[in-house]
Design a protein around this ligand. Structure first.
Ligand SMILES: [Zn+2]
Length: 603
């Protein structure tokens, strides 16, 4: 059978009548846990020229962490600590020492061994860096003085502790080993492992370069040396800026990357939006990322982390487009999104499939600028969110409900129990064999997945052999809503455009291939309504197009429960693919932002 993909997006009807769903059957589904892009947090502004991004911390804190200058982007490092800046953050770098070694490892101050890929306290053989040293009884006021003395010893190095420099030498695994050697030297004592100390070594040789120990609260700062942009390898990724190492619990190190805000925005933009997107969409994305960074307050010792908990950050994009993306970010440098003079919660998602959802329906917090709006733009982008479908047997639905926390017996029925005004799912109810029902609401309703897409909030659940109405959301022209008003993506009412990889043809009935067989979709489209142009309060000149909904019926002849939807994400705030489409239509980044964050201003 020839495989077709549909070029427009099939969405559910506004407030469809709930039909009781009889349970019967069967099918597939891989259940993935949702990674939440963001949780709503109270927004407050902070000044942020330099951002600190947590890379490894708490559960994945490290006993050792290595760095290597990227060839051509720096050579050696300044070593020091981060002091409080004028905002009360540990971002003020204070240089204490320097090295021209390009490969260094930071070790918690315990005896460690090089395992081939890195240092570890658990190994007992290999290149050894001992935690015990001999220390001269004198202290020094400057690094240079201490350094000159340290060079008189074969493996001498400088340590900084409680505001003074010291000279240490030797590297022993135990106190006894160090003590046995100490008799050979004048004026020295044994110094040992430390709860908060951090040792810097040359990775390849284990030679100690520097030690820092200021007791509780110690942090080590490492700033690459270089005349221009610096880049540094860390665990297979390249980073701009500097690094900070803390041992807040006295054990493994927390690692943060400190870099100029706009470089961070550019790096996240490459990851979240794709660097070849239209400029105005990228600028809109940059404003979202920057605003989110300005308001992030989930973490104590850094501004944001590098995961979906905050925003995914994987260091500098190592491609030819990097300079261009950086320039795009700098074109909006410092600009954030505000509502009532407060920076907004600038959440975004990949694709909403036809309409956004309000924050109130998603996370219970009601923000005036995070309301549900129809999205007629996404359907204009062929690379945007497409339709997805997934089929579930009753046993798979049972497993799904249990995975998501429902203590239930065998599931006998599932249905959408509440839709939003724009037709997104607000609640899904599962009924089990004891006739107990359990309802998932808000972001949890993204629980259904197809193999190709993560779920969204825009779908219908069709019982075995049942049918449901879905709606397309399209751009219409005022006065002539619907039908063929848009040459770029829509079709005559009741028709489906099918792209077979070569050409696009119109059909009144199509088959959709699902994992358990074909599903018939028959064209019974009708124009529901045209909305008047939505204009943005903040921009008098902007006029957004009217929105047209067309409906049609999907018949589920698979014998399984079928979930038929569109979009990818939690549906709140800006749609990345919607921004892409709006930019292609000639909208500016401020118009894009004001469509998805209604009533907001950008400055
Ligand atoms: Zn985080």
């Amino acid at each position: 059978m020839k495989k077709h993909s549909i070029t427009h997006y099939l969405n559910l009807k506004k407030n469809p009548k709930k039909t009781p769903l009889r349970c019967m059957a069967f099918a597939l589904a891989a259940v993935l846990m949702i990674s939440t892009l963001v949780l709503p947090v109270p927004a407050s502004a902070k000044s942020l020229d330099t951002i600190s991004v947590g890379l490894y911390f708490v559960n994945n804190a490290l006993e050792s962490a290595n760095l290597q200058n990227v060839t051509g982007y720096g050579s050696g490092y300044e070593l020091g600590l981060y002091d409080l800046d004028e905002n009360g953050d540990y971002k003020q770098f204070v240089a204490l020492a320097q090295t021209d070694v390009v490969d260094i490892s930071m070790l918690i101050d315990r005896t460690q061994y090089f395992s081939g890929s890195g240092y570890t306290t658990s190994a007992s053989s290999g290149l050894m860096v001992g935690a015990y040293h001999l220390e001269l009884v004198y202290s020094y006021d400057s690094y240079q003085q201490a350094r000159d003395t340290a060079m008189l010893y074969d493996d001498g190095f400088v340590a900084y502790s409680y505001g003074k420099y010291f000279v240490r030498f030797g590297s022993y695994a135990t106190y006894a080993d160090a003590q046995a050697e100490s008799g050979l030297y004048a004026d020295c004592t044994v110094t040992g492992e430390s709860e908060y100390g951090i040792t810097v070594v040359q990775t390849s040789t284990g030679r100690i370069l520097f030690e820092l120990d200021e007791g509780a609260g110690t942090n080590l700062g490492v700033k690459p040396l270089g005349s221009g942009e610096t880049r540094t390898w860390f665990k297979g990724k390249q980073y701009n800026g500097s690094f900070r190492y803390d041992r807040p619990e006295g054990e493994a190190m927390h690692v943060a990357n400190l870099l100029p805000l706009e470089q961070y925005v550019a790096a996240v933009l490459c990851r979240e939006f794709g660097f070849s997107w239209p400029e105005e969409a990228m600028k809109a994305g940059a404003c979202c990322i920057r605003t989110f960074a300005m308001t992030g307050d989930k973490h104590r010792t850094f501004d944001v982390c590098n995961s979906t908990c905050c925003q995914v950050y994987e260091g500098v994009h190592d491609g030819s487009q990097w300079e261009y993306i950086l320039q795009l970010c700098e074109a909006t440098a410092g600009e954030c999104i505000y509502y009532d003079n407060q920076p907004i919660l600038a959440v975004f998602h990949s694709s909403n499939g036809g309409a956004t959802s309000s924050s109130a329906d998603t996370w219970t917090m009601d923000y005036p600028y995070l309301q549900g709006v129809y999205d007629p733009f996404e359907s204009l982008v062929s690379t945007g969110a497409k339709n997805w479908s997934a089929t579930y047997s009753l046993s798979e639905l049972t497993e799904l409900a249990q995975t998501w926390g429902f203590q239930c017996s065998a599931i006998t029925e599932v249905y959408v129990s509440e839709y939003s005004e724009q037709g997104n799912v607000n609640a899904v109810t599962f009924v089990d064999a004891n006739e107990t029902s359990h309802t998932f609401t808000g972001e949890d309703t993204t629980m259904f997945r197809s193999s190709a897409y993560n779920g969204s909030r825009r779908y219908v659940i069709i019982p075995p052999w049942g049918s449901a109405e879905v709606s397309d959301v399209k751009i219409g022209e005022e006065g002539t809503p619907g039908s063929d008003s848009n040459a770029q993506g829509s079709s005559e009412a009741g028709e489906f455009l099918v792209y077979d990889g070569v050409s696009t043809t119109a059909h009144t009935t199509i088959s959709v291939l699902t994992a358990s067989g074909p599903v018939t979709v028959s064209g019974e489209a009708q124009i529901l309504r045209a909305e008047t142009a939505q204009s943005s309060p903040g921009a008098e000149t902007s006029t957004y197009p009217s929105v047209v909904l067309t409906t049609r019926t999907i018949t589920n002849d698979t014998g399984d429960y079928m979930v038929y939807g569109s979009g990818w994400g939690h549906n709140v705030g800006l749609s990345a693919y919607g921004a892409y489409a709006m930019a292609q239509q000639g909208y500016s980044y401020t118009e894009i932002l004001q469509y998805y964050y209604q009533g907001a201003s950008i400055r």
